[in-house]
Design a protein around this ligand. Structure first.
Ligand code: HEC
Ligand code: HEC
Ligand code: HEC
Ligand code: HEC
Ligand code: HEC
Length: 287
């Protein structure tokens, strides 16, 4: 062999190998990027809908609540898309001649549902449920973004496994009081905008989600139904340095939170959120 292939052709062959390796890697990276690109995940794309329904107009403009149309979001895995009847509650009277609404009137007349195009669509081998998320303090906006500002619906997030896992590995950073689930403008507590929460765990028959009562207004003075740890009168100021911890007190007492981290830790305990390693295990989503 040595007579036919000299040293330089050996080097060439080696270079060829290296090059092939590089090309394979580059191809892999490109395919991976492509798989994650908005072109595949449809992240951020506005679907062509039969009716140009505007969440901005109906939610922000008219002040309609999400549950008015997505009626099953708290009690089932599906949030649900409203039937034509829901639209006709208003559009039997408003904009009755608008061409834009022709498919709505047609659907009403024929009884056939409006063929909405799905914007979010997980593969069938993934288990997902709205019920548990919204009842454990994850707001619509944490997953769907500022829907109230969307003239046409689009997917704010990829819905890829890594995205789900990013939260499951540390849910505390996204937890909010369940009373704020629908609040599109909710922001994590800060020094300037604290949140006060009181927990009444252990009351018989009380659902987990309702065991915590939170407010963005400074709660009333001690002696009213809810005593506040915040007030000097209660003599509990030293506990404030310890807001992350659970304070066992008889009556529900409000604790003040000035960071998402502390509020998150508190809610993890009271909403009974599983440990990250359990929440990120394969069986949770692949059953
Ligand atoms: C007046 C009725 C109405 C209200 C109120 C409403 N929606 Fe919708 N929503 C719809 C309709 C109709 C669709 C399907 C058409 C579309 O995708 O735009 C939809 C679609 C969606 C989708 C995408 C569904 C998919 O295909 O993946 C999300 C997410 C959503 N809504 C969230 C919300 C949130 C969050 C709120 C409250 C801030 C809300 N909606 C309020 C009627 C409503
Ligand atoms: C609570 C009453 C109400 C309900 C329920 C309602 N709409 Fe509307 N809709 C309105 C009003 C008011 C307007 C705005 C007319 C205007 O521009 O002043 C409007 C406007 C529209 C428009 C025109 C484009 C735009 O958004 O400005 C479309 C399309 C539309 N609605 C579709 C729907 C569909 C589809 C449903 C059912 C999923 C629905 N609406 C449910 C009150 C309602
Ligand atoms: C933890 C993330 C998460 C939260 C929180 C969440 N959603 Fe969803 N939503 C999803 C995913 C994922 C899908 C796609 C489900 C599928 O394809 O099976 C979806 C789908 C939808 C759909 C399409 C119809 C359906 O049921 O599949 C609507 C409407 C919707 N969400 C509305 C809401 C509303 C309203 C809220 C707040 C009350 C909310 N979502 C909270 C992740 C979330
Ligand atoms: C923003 C945070 C967040 C995101 C994003 C999120 N989850 Fe969750 N998920 C939670 C929390 C919090 C729980 C409740 C955990 C508990 O009660 O122990 C949960 C619970 C679940 C459960 C358990 C249901 C049960 O009954 O045991 C499943 C399944 C699940 N999530 C699937 C998904 C999938 C699939 C995605 C991505 C499409 C996703 N989640 C995205 C926060 C999130
Ligand atoms: C929090 C929910 C969640 C958990 C936990 C989870 N997955 Fe997934 N997985 C998903 C979602 C969502 C998809 C779909 C991704 C897509 O459509 O791009 C997926 C897709 C997959 C796929 C298909 C290939 C791909 O990447 O799209 C495989 C294989 C997979 N998961 C394996 C696992 C294994 C193994 C574990 C445990 C180490 C696991 N998953 C844990 C949510 C989860």
């Amino acid at each position: 062999m040595a007579q036919i292939f000299d040293r330089s052709s050996n080097a060439l062959a080696r270079m060829g190998l290296v090059l092939t390796g590089l090309i394979v890697i580059a191809l892999g990276v490109t395919l991976d990027q492509l798989q994650r690109s908005p072109w595949v995940t449809r992240q951020g794309q506005r679907a062509e809908q039969p009716v140009p329904f505007s969440h901005r107009h109906h939610v922000q403009g008219l002040g309609l609540q999400c549950q008015y149309c997505h009626t099953t979001v708290e009690k089932s895995s599906y949030a649900g898309i409203p039937p034509t009847r829901t639209c006709m509650n208003c559009h039997a009277q408003i904009w009755t001649n608008a061409a834009l609404l022709e498919p709505v009137r047609q659907s009403w007349a024929t009884g056939e549902s409006i063929p909405w195009v799905k914007v979010h669509d997980l593969p069938d081998f993934v288990y997902f449920s709205h019920e548990i998320h919204v009842n454990k303090g994850i707001g619509c906006a944490s997953c769907h973004g500022r829907v109230d500002k969307m003239p046409l619906m689009y997917a704010q997030n990829t819905l890829q496994m890594e995205w789900c896992l990013d939260c499951h590995r540390d849910p505390a950073k996204n937890l909010r009081p369940t009373s704020e689930i629908y609040n599109m403008a909710w922001e994590s507590p800060t020094e300037d905008h604290p949140v006060w929460c009181a927990a009444s765990d252990g009351k018989a028959g009380m659902p987990t989600a309702q065991s915590v009562n939170c407010t963005t207004r400074r709660p009333g003075p001690a002696g009213s139904a809810m005593a506040s740890l915040e007030l000097p009168a209660s003599g509990a100021n030293d506990l404030l340095s310890n807001v992350g911890a659970v304070v066992p007190v008889a009556a529900p007492a409000f604790q003040k939170f000035t960071s998402q981290q502390d509020l998150g830790k508190f809610l993890v305990v009271h909403y009974k959120i599983r440990a990250p390693k359990d929440l990120a295990s394969c069986e949770v989503c692949h059953r």
